[in-house]
Design a protein around this ligand. Structure first.
Ligand SMILES: [Zn+2]
Length: 257
């Protein structure tokens, strides 16, 4: 009887493994690029050819730290952050992906966007020889007001930041920046109106469990005028953070979106 049981277990185990192998093979075959439909190898949603062909900033011409690019001063007149990085201008397909993530709840796109952000960040650290390690750096994401979070069900910047931090083993904290005020949409507002709209919108809560780091990487999906990031960075600097990198998927350039 014991002999029979042992064989039954082996057979079940064999078919179990065989079944999961089949499922994994099937997954590889059904992974097709969300842009061209061809099979994917490196990421389940994007083939290597479309990935290579994305409209990245050309870092042969433009510095990785976009604050060093003179044209940026006109778009973002006040910068309380020390560095600004973005993968690409806010154009297709990034604008479509970010819209689908936020408004059509295609949360699988957060994995794709954080994958691209990870590649960009790794290149930046290597090429610019930047020393932002898991010991000295804290990752924060631009928060949504709790009411908006409940309506949408998630914060896209949080989804992206969490995967990004996990990959590099960075300390990621979600409760440090608190969005106290439900602000009006910033679209169409002047610089002064945007700043007024964001007055007292955020507070910063470092505590003994999560003491203030010297370096912060603040993650957002799109930087337009930088007003929101400026306000958060103003408060972080007031608390004593020395160095802030604003890391965004896209930078909305005037006339490009
Ligand atoms: Zn493709």
């Amino acid at each position: 009887m014991e002999f029979a049981n042992k064989h039954v277990h082996q057979i079940v185990r064999y078919f179990g493994q065989s079944f999961s192998r089949h499922v994994n093979n099937l997954k590889l075959h059904i992974s097709c690029c969300c842009l061209c439909g061809n099979p994917c190898q490196q990421h389940p949603l994007l083939c290597q050819y479309c990935q290579a062909d994305l409209p990245y900033f050309d870092h042969q011409r433009v510095p990785y730290d976009l604050l060093l690019w003179p044209a940026i001063a006109k778009i973002i007149p006040i910068n309380r952050f020390d560095h600004l990085l973005a993968i690409a201008p806010y154009v297709w397909p990034f604008d479509t992906w970010i819209g689908q993530l936020k408004y059509q709840h295609k949360t699988e796109l957060a994995a794709l966007l954080s994958y691209l952000l990870i590649i960009h960040w790794r290149q930046y650290l290597e090429i610019e020889n930047v020393n932002l390690t898991s010991e000295n750096t804290m990752i924060l994401a631009v928060p949504l007001h709790i009411k908006k979070w409940q309506e949408r069900g998630f914060n896209q910047a949080h989804l992206i930041a969490r995967k990004f931090a996990q990959h590099f083993n960075y300390n990621y904290q979600t409760n440090i920046i608190v969005r106290d005020k439900l602000t009006e949409n910033q679209v169409g507002k002047s610089g002064a109106e945007r700043r007024k709209n964001l007055k007292n919108a955020f507070s910063i809560q470092f505590n003994t469990q999560f003491p203030m780091p010297t370096q912060v990487v603040l993650i957002d999906d799109v930087v337009t005028t930088g007003t929101t990031a400026n306000e958060i960075c103003r408060l972080l600097k007031k608390k004593g953070v020395q160095n802030i990198t604003l890391l965004s998927l896209c930078l909305a350039l005037p006339g490009k979106s």
